[in-house]
Ligand binder design. Structure first.
Ligand SMILES: Nc1ncnc2c1ncn2[C@@H]1O[C@H](COP(=O)(O)OP(=O)(O)OP(=O)(O)O)[C@@H](O)[C@H]1O
Ligand SMILES: [Mg+2]
Length: 238
């Protein structure tokens, strides 16, 4: 694995005057799957919001593909192909599955590749192909997550940020999503995944970062983190 695609150093982020992320550092190398772990309220979603331009950092630096992007806007991150699949899926009501997926491609300059990528999303998630004319918000929870990830993939991401991959989904569906994301990763897309189910996250990721109360507290390979006694106690109930 080569140079860092994403390098976050001493990130600080807040909402108005309320600071919630104090000191988070992490990196994602080209081709890696990284898990971001932490209890409720630790600041995981807040970090992802800063990494997609939805929140402006109040300290630290974010570099993507060797360029400092701290002040980039959300469309700027999309153009750089750093794509955020938000918590709660956020599909557009009144639009079909197909149209939600196509919205993911709005900023692309390589229009010729869009049709092929749509087929690729449908190959990855055949249920979306069957239901492409259905209104997206009437899909089941698992199908909505497929559609949200598919919309992210339609932006041709170099790095895909996924918040709460498995929340509310049955284990079999989670396995399906993980299998699909393994293929996405094998095709060259790097992944940064926030996942409540730490065992699943560590089975799938190469490396992991643990944050607590807005601060980085541990990092290592997935297997090192899986065997870390404090992680086992805090997140795996062992
Ligand atoms: N829009 C907001 N305005 C003010 N405070 C917020 C906002 N969103 C989150 N916070 C606060 O920031 C802190 C971190 O929240 P965040 O959503 O990043 O945590 P999280 O690690 O994603 O938690 P969870 O696992 O529950 O999703 C929490 O204390 C939360 O109350
Ligand atoms: Mg969250």
């Amino acid at each position: 694995m080569s140079a860092a695609l994403l390098e976050v150093e001493r990130l600080a982020v807040g909402y108005g005057d309320v600071q919630v992320v104090w000191d988070v550092s992490l990196s994602v190398k080209q081709g890696e799957v990284i898990a971001l772990i932490g209890s409720n309220g630790a600041g995981k979603s807040t970090v992802l919001r800063a990494l997609s331009g939805l929140l402006r950092p109040i300290g630290g630096t974010i570099a993507f593909d060797g360029e400092i992007v701290d002040t980039a806007s959300p469309p700027d991150f999309v153009r750089r192909r750093l794509i955020h699949v938000p918590e709660g899926r956020r599909l557009f009501a009144g639009l079909s599955v197909h149209d939600n997926l196509m919205l993911g491609a709005y900023a692309r300059s390589d229009r010729d590749n869009i049709a092929g990528d749509l087929e690729r999303v449908f190959d990855l998630f055949p249920r979306l192909r069957e239901r492409r004319r259905q209104e997206a918000v009437t899909l089941s929870g698992g199908e909505q997550q497929m559609c949200a990830i598919g919309r992210g993939l339609m932006a041709s991401p170099r790095l895909l940020l996924i918040d709460e991959l498995s929340l509310g989904l049955a284990p079999k569906l989670v396995d399906e999503l993980v299998e699909a994301l393994r293929k996405v990763n094998a095709d060259g897309t790097s992944l940064l995944v926030v996942e409540q189910d730490v065992a699943t996250a560590l089975e799938f990721a190469h490396r992991a970062y643990v944050i607590d109360q807005g601060r980085s507290v541990a990092t290592g390979t997935a297997s090192e983190i899986l065997h870390d006694p404090s992680v086992r106690a805090a997140y795996l109930g062992l």
